[in-house]
Write a protein that binds this ligand. Sequence first.
Ligand SMILES: NC(=O)c1ccc[n+]([C@@H]2O[C@H](COP(=O)([O-])OP(=O)(O)OC[C@H]3O[C@@H](n4cnc5c(N)ncnc54)[C@H](OP(=O)(O)O)[C@@H]3O)[C@@H](O)[C@H]2O)c1
Length: 274
Amino acid sequence: MRIAFVGTGNMGSALLAGILAAGQDAEEVRATTRSAESAAQLGSRLGVPTIAVEDDTQANRSAVAGADLVFLGVKPWMLAETASELDGALPDTATVVSMAAGVDLATLTSHFPHRPVVRIMPNTPSSVGHGVISLAAADEVPAATIDELTSLLGGAGLVVRIGEEDMPAMIGASASGVAFFFQLAEHMVAAAVSQGLEEETARRAVAATAEGAGRLLADSPDPAALRSAVTSAGGTTAAGIASFAEDGLAEIVARAVRAAGDRSLQMEAENREG
Ligand SMILES: NC(=O)c1ccc[n+]([C@@H]2O[C@H](COP(=O)([O-])OP(=O)(O)OC[C@H]3O[C@@H](n4cnc5c(N)ncnc54)[C@H](OP(=O)(O)O)[C@@H]3O)[C@@H](O)[C@H]2O)c1
């Protein structure tokens, strides 16, 4: 499988590291960046041939030549310009995989007519192989291509195949959702510090608690059962959980998850228009 990464920054390089971990041959990959400095860093970190547009104006066009899969890791507002730049260089059979936030399959198809397009939405733990990557493919993408892509991206985390109508919910639950866990952690640290705990101790304790909770959830993905198992009637956890319920935590979280999904739909509309 020949793979090109056009724009290989934070998210692109996290996914590329996962793809290499899944067994992809680095010699069959071509990556590009804007600056020579980023290209040199990426090349030495991942051992992938990387060219900078700053050094070679044809870098993106040469990277996609002969590619079976072309990942687009440039910023969302650069997609239209990148599509025009690649015009005539992208092989007819190449599948285009976009990770751009707020750009839907219809807009991708308008940028890359006559190419199968796939939209993925990763989250940041992809950089440590524990991401969640939502994947929605246009109808014309062959099942074998989706299988291959799922297996490659599996090196970066859990790949969840969805219909595009489920993308807003997945953004709230995982792409933005990871930051919701971080925010809860922030508040737990602050609360412990306000009760007198040293900040470094609070941070380490909360981080280890999050890791432990994550591991238990990964083994048995039923949060209500896990919560119940640590909540004895009249005990300390029950007191905290009752405080959450009194303050309407369920509604607070539901509104945040919905806000993230709604913002994604709004961005899709803005990107369709302009
Ligand atoms: N970060 C996240 O949490 C996240 C989550 C989901 C989706 N995404 C999506 O991932 C995409 C990339 O975001 P990011 O956070 O990874 O941004 P980033 O770190 O800034 O990466 C952008 C990459 O594009 C390169 N680039 C800029 N202009 C280019 C050009 N003309 N040709 C080729 N490469 C060029 C940059 O090179 P230089 O480094 O040399 O400038 C860099 O490698 C975005 O579409 C974003 O919506 C990000």
